[in-house]
Write a protein that binds this ligand. Sequence first.
Ligand SMILES: N[C@@H](CCC(=O)N[C@@H](CS)C(=O)NCC(=O)O)C(=O)O
Length: 211
Amino acid sequence: MIALYYYPGNASLLPHMMLREIGVPFELRLVDRTQNAQKSTEYLKLNPNGRIPVLLDGDHVLFETAAIAMHLADKFPEAKLAPAYGTPERGEFYKWMVHLTNTPQAEFRSWFYPREHVMDDEAVSSVKNAAEKRLNHMFDVISQQLGGQQWLLGDQFSAADLMLLMLIRWGRGMPRPPRTIPNLGALAERVLARPAVQETLRVEGIEAPFV
Ligand SMILES: N[C@@H](CCC(=O)N[C@@H](CS)C(=O)NCC(=O)O)C(=O)O
């Protein structure tokens, strides 16, 4: 039995899209952020960091979005959400998964939650502005690396493209939304055209504009 603890549009979006791409049965369990349920005693037993998502795979409790994503790609190789082991493409897949999670995804926390990063309220807007500047640069680099390729890995679609879509979506409220950066808007449209992605957004109650 697989269960995903999620909140609409949160980092759980990546494993949710993957589970629908894979087509395996799973249960969705809402972590009600409006009630701060991610900090409840019950949820902290699953993820002591109090963050979303968590994946239950039988008795195995897994937190960290990228780890969940790589685990799902490995467990269901027939879904081809990651290239074969030991190939250069697999190395590229690791590069993008790790880069996206520890660079733009982490930076988004400073942008969404700048108060976490300061002791002095007056510095909040400065932290947010600096995060925005760094995010712009990160998305520019990703755009250059992607170039005119169809997917991050070239011709092969992978979970990394789903992750990039999620990050492009998170930036939709930025003064310079990532969708407006060359190559990124087109990548987002290609990912959004996938039936599994559309179904995920529908189930989470997310409405257009998606990015
Ligand atoms: N590194 C963690 C970060 C997860 C994360 O920051 N999740 C956000 C939602 S996108 C969250 O739980 N925010 C609520 C909180 O921090 O209380 C991961 O990738 O799983």
